[in-house]
Design a protein around this ligand. Structure first.
Ligand code: SAM
Length: 184
């Protein structure tokens, strides 16, 4: 069985956008308790590394790094563990919620922006990126830079995501590394 209800969100995103393909190298940021990592393995990824501040029970077919995704040594370490640059960077990262919605939204967006910067460091040409964001206006500020470096950028709310929540995912495919220069 899946370890988290969140697993269904990735299943639904993948059924719609066909992100996971056999043989891929996949990074799962904010992996605990391991649902998305399980889905990536199950859907045929060849190399999967999950990263979380919290410990994750071993997932057959995947490796886990316990630590902060902002660790400056992480990109190089991941590329080595994966045997090459990543085809897909997933981020379901969320901070501990404060209950103060505006604060929670800002924090989740800064995690998503950090995940995007991280993706720039590890993605292979043509790679994809998925991150949890929050609906509320400011999620759009992330889209403009993304549109410069990915062929396709979309927003999606998978059915498994609670209706009342403002949680949303940004789904980008077709990474074009040569366009990064335009952002910097
Ligand atoms: N996708 C997971 C699954 O299917 O089991 C659920 C992920 S849970 C919603 C969000 C995770 O993000 C938490 O486990 C949290 O520890 C992790 N997280 C938050 N900030 C992080 C950071 N700076 N580095 C690594 N993980 C982080």
């Amino acid at each position: 069985g899946w370890r988290s209800r969140a697993a269904f969100k990735l299943i639904e995103l993948d059924d719609r956008f066909h992100l996971l393909k056999p043989g891929q190298r996949v990074v799962d940021l904010g992996a605990a308790p391991g649902g998305w990592t399980q889905v990536a393995v199950k859907r045929g990824a060849a190399h999967v590394v999950g990263v979380d501040l919290l410990p994750v029970e071993p997932v057959a077919g995947a490796e886990i790094i316990e630590g902060d995704f902002t660790d400056p040594e992480l990109p190089a370490r991941l590329i080595e563990m994966l045997g090459g640059r990543a085809d897909l960077v997933l981020s379901d990262m969320a901070p501990n919620t404060t209950g103060h919605a505006p604060t929670d939204h800002v924090r989740i967006l800064s995690l998503a922006e950090g995940a995007l910067e991280f993706a720039f460091d590890v993605l292979a040409e043509g790679g994809g990126f998925v991150a949890k964001v929050f609906q509320g206006g400011s999620e759009k500020q992330m889209l403009d830079p993304m549109k410069k470096v990915f062929r396709s950028v979309r927003h999606a709310k998978p059915p498994a995501s609670r209706k009342g929540s403002s949680e949303l995912y940004v789904v980008a495919t077709g990474f074009q590394a040569e366009n990064l220069a335009e952002l910097r």
